[in-house]
Write a protein that binds this ligand. Sequence first.
Ligand SMILES: NC(=O)c1ccc[n+]([C@@H]2O[C@H](COP(=O)([O-])OP(=O)(O)OC[C@H]3O[C@@H](n4cnc5c(N)ncnc54)[C@H](O)[C@@H]3O)[C@@H](O)[C@H]2O)c1
Length: 362
Amino acid sequence: MAPQNLSNAIRQSPPVDLTIPYDAAWVKGKTILITGGASGFGASFVRLWANNGATVIVGDINVNKGVELVRDVQKESGNKNIHFVHCDVTDWQSQVNLFKEAVKLSPHGGIDTVVANAGIAGEDNMQRGKDLDAAEPPKPEFKIYDVNSTGVLYTTHLAYFWLPRNPDSVECSMESKPAERVRDRHLLLLGSIASFSSIAAQPQYGAAKHAVMGLFRSLRATSHPQGIRVNLLCPYFINTPIVTPTARFLLAGGGMGEIKDVVDAGTRLVADSRILGRGLVIGPNLNIKQLDNGDWKLVELKTPGSHETAIWEVYADDWVEVDAFLHRIVRVINAFQAMRGWAGWASDIVKMVAYKVGIVNR
Ligand SMILES: NC(=O)c1ccc[n+]([C@@H]2O[C@H](COP(=O)([O-])OP(=O)(O)OC[C@H]3O[C@@H](n4cnc5c(N)ncnc54)[C@H](O)[C@@H]3O)[C@@H](O)[C@H]2O)c1
């Protein structure tokens, strides 16, 4: 297998062509579980998907907001298949309950899409050690990391259990027909621009969102045996309650993205079953022109060759170019292993035993 075919081998679809329309109505009949769905992006996703005939199970720690949202959305959309289940994503049992409840509430007894959306930001104590010179330094509280990383790992683990058990679903495929592919097996992760860029004063958030990116890139390479498609959203700063006053102060004068564009990008990924292993960045809506060297230039509206967008493909060429390096190095290491053959294996085993019984110590 040639390295340039690696994206085929992991069944990653080509970069998303954002000029091709999709239909939000393709979510009709799907059962979607979303964590952190009571506010911000989540609440807007719930509204749109409810209006388009999906069943949505919202798991959130905020009971008041969740119950209110579900009541309002049911009323506005006339869709009774919108439900709230209390869930703290950092609590394993709480997430297990959410998934089990979702399966019970699902009209077809399965889950088509899981959206790992719950997240928090806020004052970060990482760089502000307190009483660390005490005889017994207190254990720090790393809630921001726990919600944004451990919570996502729990959601992912449960998704990989329930998605392949979705009745009548078949393996994901880039040849599928989204209008007909109602049963799906899809995990949508919420990264951030902080998944691949530094975020000052929010080290836990930055570490957790980098973890989400690592999770995404690792999962998609080996998701096809279970037929699961995994995609990623990486919003820039968007106007929701998660953006702290300090961040708003620092961002003042700059651009902020809009929830509607996150909802547009996320809905495309949920609705279009042909999209496998892709990541989309969402930022302020800008009119740009691509230069010959690949850079983007901000230009006046209607400049020839320019277009307006708030959504970009990220890592468009990663498996084709960057990760091909990993493939090449693994191949060359495997070739080395093959060259050493059984003799090499036996000599390593002898060394390992000698190490274990203490004959050699290095
Ligand atoms: N708004 C942005 O600028 C931005 C940018 C990049 C990424 N994101 C990510 O998007 C996701 C959604 O954020 P948002 O902007 O809609 O924020 P939000 O604060 O409006 O929504 C987050 C939701 O998560 C819920 N939540 C928090 N802790 C939870 C827990 N332990 N268990 C269950 N639910 C919990 C909250 O109650 C809330 O409903 C997050 O993962 C966030 O990190 C947001």
